[in-house]
Design a protein around this ligand. Structure first.
Ligand code: CTP
Length: 407
């Protein structure tokens, strides 16, 4: 019984997959968990509270008051009692309410009072799942530190085929078990991440920039925070608004500002990941007034910026980890290897512009990691979140080596 002594609040919402929650509940109970079921009013249209209460051995909470005896179900007490709040199935509506704090039922009030880890197993039709509103809400939930158990692909209740069906109960039980057994690998560690582009000003309204979205750097920051680390992102201008509570964002614009902030944070950290697409050149002269269209030609002289990764590489202590990126169009491995040495990095993550789905802007990336022993690890095209996991795994390994825990 791998969940003995664990208190789980199992939230059910109005989805056809609610029937699977009965199997899920049985699985949790079999593993020894004590489970309190909370159902939204819509969930009761799909499965009866009697089934869930018989399986859990406790009355199901649904309304704020019991109609029979006026018992008040305190969402605060439930939130405090729980070691885990698991919402399965979670509809698009419930995830939207969770993301925006709309407390119109007992489950959402419980969610907002919960101090424990929250896991969400979405269930919906494929078009709903991939709608930008739902994608954005899931992103917000992840940024709150909630774990999303991605739905599987397959036949949906609508008859359509695609991603949206709730993960199978046995798999969810395994996720729950591994959550309770996992040890956070980076507790008490602090990391610096640079992310996004830099803007080098020409005049008050123009700048030289690049297409970096910052997604890769923020995804790494989220993973590090998920492993218990504190993270500081020195970030160029990006559209990403929501971050994990353990992440602090220091916004900057130019390469010069980015260097200055990095220099002040670096001495405090255990490691740094240089994801930013830093401009290599900046205008030699800034025009305090708007440059006018007076001549047929405009020549802007540029001067080099400082190499932030290279500067930190010089300052790095034996214990500190430094990771860089290389975006290359040709002689990729050779160029990346050279940058690794020149900047004194522990390892470098290579993106090739020749690989489809890699590089700026998108949600996927294809990388090769090269370390100081010239080990080259090639990875498939993956989502930036999965790529971030691979990078964080490598960071954990090297930090352990540095601390002498492994050979
Ligand atoms: N980098 C940095 N500061 C700079 C330029 C780059 O910190 N001024 C970092 C990037 O964040 C990345 C690594 O250095 O981690 C390599 O960046 P890249 O642009 O590929 O290499 P450069 O050194 O700029 O070389 P080149 O542009 O000639 O390929």
């Amino acid at each position: 019984m791998r969940l003995s002594g664990k208190h789980i609040v199992l939230g059910l919402t109005g989805s056809i997959a609610a029937y699977k929650a009965a199997y899920l509940l049985r699985g949790l109970i079999k593993e020894g968990a004590e489970v309190q079921v909370v159902m939204t009013p819509a969930a009761k249209e799909f499965i009866t509270p009697v089934t869930m209460s018989a399986l859990s051995g406790k009355p199901v909470a649904s309304e704020f008051f019991s109609a029979n005896d006026g018992t008040w179900y305190s969402h605060v007490d439930m939130g405090q009692w729980a070691d885990l709040l698991l919402i399965a199935p979670a509809t698009a509506a419930t995830m939207g309410k969770m993301a925006h704090g709309i407390c119109d039922n007992l489950l959402i009030t419980t969610y907002l009072s919960a101090k424990c880890q929250v896991m969400v197993a979405p269930a919906m039709d494929l078009d709903m799942f991939r709608h930008p509103a739902n994608v954005a809400n899931m992103e917000i939930l992840r940024s709150f530190g909630n774990i999303i158990i991605e739905p599987g692909e397959g036949e949906l209740a609508s008859g359509l085929h695609g991603k949206g069906r709730m993960e199978e109960p046995e798999t969810i039980v395994e996720e729950v078990v591994s959550f309770f057994n996992q040890k956070k690998k980076l507790l008490n560690k602090h990391f610096l991440i640079t992310a996004g582009p830099t803007y080098e000003k020409i005049d008050p309204v123009r700048f030289i920039g690049n297409y970096s979205s910052g997604k890769m750097g923020y995804a790494i920051a989220n993973k590090l925070a998920g492993e218990g680390a504190k993270v500081t992102i020195v970030s160029g201008p990006v559209q990403i608004k929501n971050v994990h509570p353990q992440i602090t964002v220091i916004p900057v614009e130019s390469a010069g500002e980015m260097l200055e902030k990095c220099l002040s944070v670096f001495p405090e950290v255990d490691g740094a990941v240089m994801c930013a697409a830093v401009a290599d050149f900046t205008p030699e002269n800034y025009s305090p007034t708007k440059v006018k269209r007076e001549k047929d030609e405009l020549i802007i002289r540029l001067k080099p910026t400082s190499d932030i990764a290279g500067t930190l590489g010089q300052l790095k202590t034996e214990k500190q980890l430094l990771v860089g990126f290389a975006l290359e169009t040709n002689n990729e491995l050779e160029n990346a290897g050279r940058k690794l040495k020149k900047k004194n990095l522990d390892f470098i993550v290579l993106n090739s512009m020749n690989d489809r789905g890699a590089g700026f802007g998108g949600d996927t990336n294809k990388i090769t990691m090269i370390d100081q022993n010239n080990n080259q690890a090639f990875f498939e095209l993956k989502s930036k979140t999965e790529v971030a996991s691979d990078i964080v795994d490598k960071m954990v390994l090297i930090l352990e080596q540095k601390e002498g825990r492994r050979e």
